[in-house]
Design a protein around this ligand. Structure first.
Ligand SMILES: Nc1nc2c(ncn2[C@@H]2O[C@H](COP(=O)(O)OP(=O)(O)OP(=O)(O)O)[C@@H](O)[C@H]2O)c(=O)[nH]1
Ligand SMILES: [Mg+2]
Length: 410
């Protein structure tokens, strides 16, 4: 199965939407259909299983199969990435179509133009050089001479290049027993507090007991903002007054979390400038206090980066990496940029995994990062169109062959 077909089958709800539309036809049509059922059965094209579950999909205990569950989950993820990456997709698809139309033959000029396109989309210089070098080799190895035939290889290579550096995984280091502590860090306004709210919502939905710690005692209104998220999600927020020592807030919060049997404590921190050494030192103090109370903690130090700041996000990450052991990146506001390539730059140039991406402001707009759903979001229309074209040309080929055979037998 081709790479594009696999992505389409996994993430697309295209066929389901059609099916659901059909299901919403007025009742009278159903009756009509029943009358002429023989004919309509013949005409029904083969469609993918609907996302809407039928009674038969549930077993005696009212549960659905793991396969159905995984299928629905992948489709929902695909739809989220598709919606969140709309701006980037419009940009990436238009640029790539343009390049393919302008340079029909695969040659050095095409590769140079592709390099330029990817660098402009924030993919990062070193990553682009590596990606395009591998494309050159692949094109030569597979004897691809038309740029049109490179579409799928380009998208496939993006996923490969992401996986290449797989020493760190996207999976969160969360243990099932005992208290887990997540520390959220980053500069002002990148989305730390919002991400904490969304993350609390996710974990709570998974059945975890969650608590929040209002460690941003610096900015006026920050404690209140976290409390609002706490109320929205329905979790406790531990706080002290504005201006108090963040390390003391964390210390108290950890004790409270332990006594209440909390599974996951998520700690907010003040937005800090990467060049302010006192603020960066304060972060180390917070980390030390957390580590003293729970030896394995913090289990995750998540650095929030705002995707719309492009290459600046990379330099922020480098500074934070110097003072604290960042275990993962949350790339926020990916919905707000047309330069979604920043994900690849972060992964390849910083060697820190992107664990979550923010695809909007709503509570369920934080999604675990996965390179396949990401490239699907970046190229969904192109992927679907390409698969449809290949399928219809295969069908036409079959018709021609069948006609040829029946003519021969005549
Ligand atoms: N579109 C979009 N907006 C987001 C996303 N994440 C956060 N925001 C918005 O970004 C703004 C800043 O978010 P905060 O969570 O307050 O950022 P912060 O890092 O806590 O800011 P400080 O506390 O000032 O350091 C808010 O308006 C959020 O709604 C996202 O994924 N997409
Ligand atoms: Mg905040």
């Amino acid at each position: 199965m081709s790479f594009f077909k696999r992505l389409k089958d996994k993430f697309s709800t295209q066929n389901d939407a059609e099916k659901q539309e059909n299901e919403l036809e007025p009742l009278s049509d159903d009756i009509e259909q029943e009358e002429g059922s023989e004919q309509s059965e013949v005409e029904q094209p083969e469609k993918k299983k609907p996302k809407k579950l039928k009674e038969a999909d549930f077993d005696d205990d009212g549960l659905i199969s793991i396969e159905d569950f995984e299928e629905i989950e992948a489709q929902q993820l695909g739809a989220k990435f598709r919606a969140g990456l709309e701006k980037s997709r419009e940009n990436f698809q238009a640029q790539l179509n343009n390049l393919i139309a302008r340079y029909r033959k695969v040659d050095e000029e095409f590769f140079e133009a592709l390099e330029e396109m990817l660098i402009t989309a924030d993919v990062g210089f070193n990553t682009v050089m590596q990606l395009v070098e591998e494309l050159r080799e692949e094109a030569q190895r597979r004897n691809i001479s038309e740029t049109e035939d490179l579409r799928e290889v380009i998208v496939e290579k993006i996923v490969e290049i992401y996986h290449q550096d797989d020493t760190n995984s996207e999976v969160m280091n969360i243990e099932n027993d005992g208290l887990n502590v997540i520390l959220m860090v980053g500069v002002n306004g990148v989305g730390k507090t919002t991400t904490i709210g969304k993350l609390a919502h996710r974990y709570q939905a998974e059945g975890k007991k969650v608590m929040l710690a209002a460690g941003d005692t610096f900015r006026a209104g920050a404690i209140q903002q976290l409390k609002v998220w706490g109320e929205r999600v329905g979790v406790d927020v531990m706080s002290q007054s504005e201006g108090s020592d963040p390390a003391a807030v964390m210390y108290d919060a950890i004790n409270a979390a332990k006594s209440k049997g909390v599974d996951i404590l998520i700690c907010d921190t003040a937005g800090r400038l990467q060049n302010k050494s006192n603020l960066m030192n304060e972060l180390e103090k917070v980390k030390r206090v957390i580590g003293r109370s729970v030896p394995e903690a913090p289990h995750e130090v998540l650095l929030c980066l705002d995707a719309t700041t492009g290459q600046n996000a990379l330099s922020q990450a480098k500074s934070f990496k110097e003072v604290t052991n960042v275990t993962g990146i949350v790339l926020t506001k990916l919905d707000g940029t047309a330069k979604g390539g920043i994900v690849l730059a972060i992964r390849n140039e910083l060697h820190i995994p992107v664990k979550y991406v923010g695809l909007g402001e709503k509570i369920d707009d934080l999604q675990p990062f996965n390179p396949e759903s990401y490239v699907y979001g970046l190229f969904a229309d192109m992927i679907e169109q390409n698969v449809d074209e290949v399928e219809s040309s295969a069908e036409n080929q079959e018709i021609v062959e069948n006609e040829g055979q029946s003519n021969e037998s005549k």
